[in-house]
Design a protein around this ligand. Structure first.
Ligand SMILES: [Zn+2]
Length: 383
């Protein structure tokens, strides 16, 4: 019975949300515009109105387009948890005029695009699952639950989703993002991320009289990049393997600059990577008779360390998966997430699957059965 009720509500909401245009703009976001596009306010308005209609408390959309609502506990507990999803869609593939196509397959309903746009299951499936969970508890006051805060954020896809998060509104000690992929995925760790900038300095002179005088910074930069381990690049690694990713190289004889992204799941290994970069940069420069200056900047941290300090946050989630008959599949995130930023801010935030597939593409699709399992897990989690 519960499933029939959930599926209908999930599907209706999902179709409504994917048809609401809310694409973000990474260029504007990098310039500091928040939200990066006005259409994200339209999606926020829809959600704000729905939260109000459900009778949640403190419902609001902030100036920077975060939508918040609070459903107090009815089980006498003090416990409050936050459920989080993002409202924007990526700007690599158009999210305008999404025209979802439904088909019945093997006892499931599959929702696809018409081939012209992305679907926006990332992350409107997550939004629909959180909304449906809230509505379920509003319609079933006899069912007990802890306090629930819902937070819908803009600009996740631009990497700026937590820049203006209204952390002062949050009463929760832990949160869960609903922004993963296929059935069973559970994400509690991501990369540690550093950026290394290496500046090579040489000596310029006329090429005709360069012998014994010229020191070429451009050649140093090229030689340095070639000295990095070939088997530790983004395109030659997966799973738990870290890498050195050359992001840019520019310069001339006198000055050349290389930007590298360093990624590793292990903090100690990350330290080694920084040392290796310094060593290779210095030895390359020395072999040319030039100079190298290395600057490292931390970008984000693996959330696992902080997650380990609050093991019940993941244990409760695993129990919720199992109660829904779903075996958790722990997968490492080879990037950062809104959850990793929140975890750094002191709110441990694992990530739950949505039932969406092939994100950021015209082949994106979602399974209603998997979406329903995600909603069941959220219902279990707060009960
Ligand atoms: Zn997402």
């Amino acid at each position: 019975m519960m499933n029939v009720e959930l599926k209908e509500k999930l599907l209706n909401r999902f179709i409504k949300y994917v048809k609401t245009y809310s694409q973000s703009d990474s260029v504007k976001a990098d310039e500091g515009v928040m939200p990066s596009t006005p259409q994200q306010f339209e999606m926020a308005r829809v959600l704000c109105e729905e939260l109000k209609n459900l009778g949640l408390q403190d419902v609001q959309t902030t100036e920077c387009c975060y939508t918040y609502g609070y459903l107090p506990a009815n089980d006498g507990s003090e416990k409050i948890i936050c459920l989080l999803a993002h409202i924007d869609t990526v700007d690599e593939v158009s999210g305008l005029n999404v025209n979802p196509q439904l088909s019945e397959e093997d006892g499931d309903v599959v929702i696809r695009t018409d081939g012209n746009t992305l679907l926006g299951a990332d992350d409107k499936a997550g939004v629909a699952e959180i909304m449906t969970t809230l509505e379920y508890y509003v319609n079933h006051p006899e069912a007990k639950h802890c306090g629930i805060e819902a937070l819908f954020s803009p600009d996740e896809e631009t990497g700026h989703g937590m820049d203006k998060v209204p952390i002062e509104l949050l009463k929760s000690k832990c949160a869960y993002t609903v922004d993963g992929g296929s059935l069973g995925e559970l994400e509690v760790e991501c990369f540690n991320a550093w950026k290394s900038e290496i500046e090579f300095t040489g000596v310029a002179c006329h090429t005709g009289t360069a012998r014994g005088v010229m020191v070429n910074a451009a050649s140093m930069a090229a030689s340095f990049l070639n000295s990095l381990p070939h088997g530790e690049r983004p395109e030659t690694t997966d799973g738990y393997q870290g890498f050195y990713a050359p992001m840019s190289i520019e310069g001339s004889i006198e000055k050349a600059k290389v930007v590298l992204f360093l990624r590793d799941f292990d903090l100690k290994e990350m330290e080694n990577r920084r040392e290796i970069v310094e060593m290779l940069a210095r030895s390359t420069a020395a072999s040319f008779g030039g100079m190298a200056k290395v600057t490292h900047t931390q970008q984000y941290l693996n959330m696992k360390e902080k997650m380990n300090e609050a093991p019940e946050v993941v244990a409760n989630l695993v129990a919720a998966y199992k109660a829904a008959g779903v075996e958790p599949k722990f997968v490492p995130i080879r990037g950062g997430t809104d959850g990793s930023r929140l975890t750094e801010m002191g709110i441990p935030t694992p990530n739950i699957f949505t039932g969406g597939h092939n994100f950021h593409s015209r082949d994106e699709w979602a399974s209603l059965n998997e979406m329903c399992k995600a909603a069941e897990i959220l219902i279990n989690l707060v009960s």
